[in-house]
Write a protein that binds this ligand. Structure first.
Ligand code: KG4
Ligand code: ZN
Length: 336
């Protein structure tokens, strides 16, 4: 059997990542995270594009070296075409096009959100079809019905903030550094999740969409009260536990609704918020179907998931030739 070696490039947000995957096996997965945004409490698109520009050559170089292969051994280039920040996407898109053109290789465009779902097929054990995937990152919150590797349907998503964004924005109100999700998780240990009451999910029974926008206002009002009475420090664990409970409950209600509506054999979770300890606890106690989490490095933005998606598309003949490549552009808001 011929070896199929894919180099994959991810640059949709603030992580520059490249991976080499040979016959489905990840030989390297190199990510440069951008610290430049920390001081601003969120990703600054212009700075992200510039950092990708600096990172992309060394990251790809390291991915090839770590994999122990050279450019001539590659069979295809996969890259994230969207969704994402347009300046960031353009860096990966231009690099991938130039690289493929120079080497005369086919190119495979990948939808970043589909790649998150397909991260579940990088390692065993894998979920059985059909399954539901909850993607919970700093930029997205989606419930996807996955019927096959490339047959997916978006059944619900956040109409405002993403779950990670809800963690990060409320953490910022409390004075934690960016990204604050992990700080809320840690600080909530020992706190009372019922100490403060915050808005939970969209009440409609017929939507799988999420909303987190009311949470920030509610949390800022509580913080103002606590500051006035000099109790913020004393109550911080309770506050974190209560905010975390509201976000997790929000996610769980819509997931539980989707599980009961669709006849699914498993639930898959991916994205940075998959690391949240309360979410994991809730799913392990209440979820009626088996729950799958990829390894942490495949949960957040990474090149290996782009390679996995690229491999499925390549196997189905969905790569582009050099002629088609020339007119290829990034798409910030592609169809799912
Ligand atoms: O997938 P990811 O890297 O997102 C994007 O780049 O879009 O995940 C980052 C998000 C951030 O919002 C971060 O605060 C959140 O995941 N996060 C957590 C935890 N660890 C990371 N949120 C809650 N609890 C955690 N333990
Ligand atoms: Zn992502």
């Amino acid at each position: 059997m011929q070896n199929i070696s894919i180099l994959a490039i991810e640059s949709s947000c603030d992580d520059t990542s490249a991976a080499v995957v040979v016959n489905g096996k990840v030989l390297s997965n190199v990510t440069a995270s951008q610290q430049v945004h920390e001081a601003f409490g969120g990703v600054v698109p212009e700075l992200a594009s510039r950092a990708h520009q600096q990172n992309i050559v060394p990251v790809v170089d390291k991915a090839l070296k770590d994999a122990g292969i050279n450019k001539q051994q590659l069979n295809a280039i996969a890259f994230t075409r969207g969704p994402g920040l347009i300046g960031s996407l353009l860096v990966g898109t231009s690099f991938a096009k130039g690289f493929a053109l120079a080497l005369g290789l086919p190119i495979i465009t990948v939808n970043h959100m589909q790649a998150h779902v397909l991260a579940h097929f990088i390692d065993e054990p894998v979920p059985n079809f059909p399954f539901l995937c909850l993607t919970v990152s700093g930029g997205h919150t989606q419930i996807v019905l996955v019927k096959d590797y490339l047959n997916m349907e978006l059944v619900g998503e956040s109409i405002d903030d993403a779950a990670g964004e809800a963690f990060d924005k409320t953490a910022k109100l409390m004075g934690f550094p960016y990204p604050g999700g992990v700080w809320i998780d840690r600080t909530s240990k020992g706190g009372d999740p019922k100490a403060f009451s915050f808005p939970v999910a969209l009440p409609q029974k017929d939507t799988f969409d999420f909303s987190f926008s009311g949470l920030k206002t509610a949390v800022s009002l509580v913080i103002a009260e606590l500051k006035k009475s000099n109790r913020l420090d004393r109550e911080i664990s309770n506050l974190c536990a209560s905010v975390q409970e509201a976000i997790v409950e929000n996610l769980w209600r819509k997931i539980a609704l989707a599980i009961s509506r669709f006849n699914c054999r498993s639930l898959a979770i991916v994205g940075g918020v998959a690391a949240n300890s309360r979410l994991r606890e809730k799913l392990s106690s209440d979820c009626p179907v088996p729950v799958f989490f990829p390894k942490h490095e495949y949960c957040t933005d990474n090149g290996a998931m782009i390679a996995a998606a690229g491999a499925f598309r390549l196997a189905r003949g969905q790569s582009l030739s050099l002629d088609q490549l020339l007119s290829l552009n990034a798409i910030p808001y592609p169809e799912f």
